[in-house]
Design a protein around this ligand. Sequence first.
Ligand code: NAD
Ligand code: UDP
Length: 311
Amino acid sequence: MLVSGGAGFIGSHLCDHWLAAGCEVTAVDNLSTGRRDNIAHLNGNSRFRFLEHDVCAPFAPPGKFDYVLHLASPASPMDYLRAPLETLAVNSTGTQNMLDIARRDGAAFLHASTSECYGDPLEHPQHEGYWGNVNPVGPRSVYDEAKRFAEALTMAYHREYGVNTHLARLFNTYGPRMKLDDGRVVPAFLAQALQGRALTVFGDGSQTRSFCYVSDVVQGIARLIASGEHFPVNIGGSEELTVLDFARRIQEIVGSACAIEFHELPEDDPLRRRPDISKAKRVLGWRPTVSLAEGLGETIRYFQSRELTLA
Ligand code: NAD
Ligand code: UDP
């Protein structure tokens, strides 16, 4: 198993999953948005190997892989807006390098795609047959269009070379090992609530998101890469909340009397987002199982035990 982005939030959980299943796992990561701390617990595990490397540079990792998971890419809007060219590169050149390894080894390949492929969607909820509404020249395009290109490249390797490829369109995922300061709404609101600061709602907070806990996403990815499905599959939570309601939910769960303050809505911030997961249910027998209260509870415990004391 080769996992690019293996020192990141989702990638490190995928390493854990396959190590627990008895596999050998190689994580490759340039640590641009990921952290050694996410995989520190794997030090000394003889079935785990870490390569610090930028996947945009050609590389031929030793060994033969049965599975190649491509997670490397900045994912938080704050991260990809700060590194627009790196984001375009890792999803184009980086994806091609990872596809070449899968082709070399006859491995199953999975690209971590995103709900951002739907842009600011005009159809709701979003099903995989919807082609999306993306601004190709807006600031977010460095991520949205890069991910759309990566999907096209992946399908081309499948059609031209017969590589066994899979496309997971992940929706907003949260859980332990997110960075407290990566700007995404879950760590941002949790950090603010836990530290008694005001919650920073962008716009009027009427935009919606559907959150999925990381262990459910790992299960969805594991089922998809083992399946015969080559077209995109949505993996995400089905409970849709406005950002303002989410802020209130955080206040309740943390038991914090912190204020809510309103800030400017970022350009092209999608107004509504909820996955239609009927394909994942039908093809993979997958559905989310962890409630928002449970998942946020686990995430809070993680931040309290580590990040808040590290900060
Ligand atoms: P993350 O930032 O925690 O992890 C990404 C990892 O990729 C980091 O460890 C980073 O150092 C590494 N990386 C970036 N560029 C690299 C390069 N050129 N070479 C090697 N490593 C590189 O983000 P995440 O939330 O874990 O997201 C993982 C993947 O899932 C991304 O591809 C993201 O687009 C996708 N995704 C995530 C979400 C979500 O809600 N978390 C939603 C949709 C899609
Ligand atoms: N958001 C917010 N306050 C914050 C961070 C984010 O209101 O401090 C909003 C953001 O504008 C978006 C939603 O929360 O509408 C989800 O943002 P996130 O960055 O987590 O992910 P996105 O879905 O935009 O990729």
